[in-house]
Design a protein around this ligand. Structure first.
Ligand code: CA
Length: 226
């Protein structure tokens, strides 16, 4: 998932960011409410992790403004204020869940998975399938024709994005927005290099190719008639 984490405490910011990256997420950070609102408006995020106590605009105010313009990105509020009134306030403002600080990282991950199941993949099945290619987002495992394919973290995120949008041509800009961090240069050849690696791993040994280049446009993952 692509996550925006709004947090003014630098220690928490780098610790949580690193942990989430290790679990296969793409994580941007913002240090203030204003910075967070600006990034949220342009960043195409799957989830916002929102601290409440921020300099300037509070997390609650950010959430209020976000919902006021019709942005329905899932929001998980993190707050040192564990009181029931704050919890209710966050949920009333349109937060999807609320986690009081301090929390264990494992609990944060579990809450994120729960939101992901509810919002991103739907309630039933976290496993994505195309032909004999299978990606299990929960177990973080990819298989083709029953054989496990070892992917790097970035390749996994890239494949997950392609599989969620199977049959649609995805441009470099779209891929950049979902798979790389804020500020990444989409004109570099990094995307092409990752696509080449991914293609080698999921397609090379198989007769039926799934990952296709659409010249001048981008890439598409789909099953085509031979
Ligand atoms: Ca704070």
């Amino acid at each position: 998932m692509k996550i925006l984490y709004v947090e003014d405490d630098p220690t928490a910011r780098s610790y949580i960011r690193k942990g989430l990256q290790e679990h296969g997420n793409v994580v941007d950070v913002a240090e203030s409410g204003d910075d967070g609102l600006e990034k949220a408006a342009i960043g195409a995020y799957d989830l916002l992790l929102l601290d409440v106590g921020l300099p300037g605009m509070s997390g609650f105010e950010l959430l209020r403004q976000l919902r006021a313009v019709g942005d329905s990105t899932p929001v998980l509020v993190l707050s040192a204020r564990g009181e029931v009134s704050d919890r209710i306030r966050g949920l009333n403002l349109g937060a999807d869940d609320y986690l009081p600080k301090p929390f264990a990282f494992a609990e944060l991950l579990a809450r994120i998975q729960a939101i992901r199941r509810r919002v991103v993949t739907g309630p039933a099945d976290p496993v994505l399938r195309l032909a004999d290619l299978e990606l299990d987002a929960g177990a973080h495992r990819v298989q083709r024709a029953g054989r496990v394919v070892a992917l790097t973290r970035k390749e996994f995120v890239l494949l997950e994005y392609l599989m969620r949008n199977a049959g649609q041509v995805l441009s470099r800009t779209m891929i950049t927005e979902k798979v790389w961090d804020y500020g990444f240069d989409s004109h570099s050849n990094v995307i092409d290099v990752h696509i080449a690696h991914l293609r080698r791993k999921i397609d090379r040994d198989f007769e039926r190719k799934l990952l296709h280049t659409v010249k001048g446009v981008g890439y598409v993952l789909e099953e085509r008639e031979p």
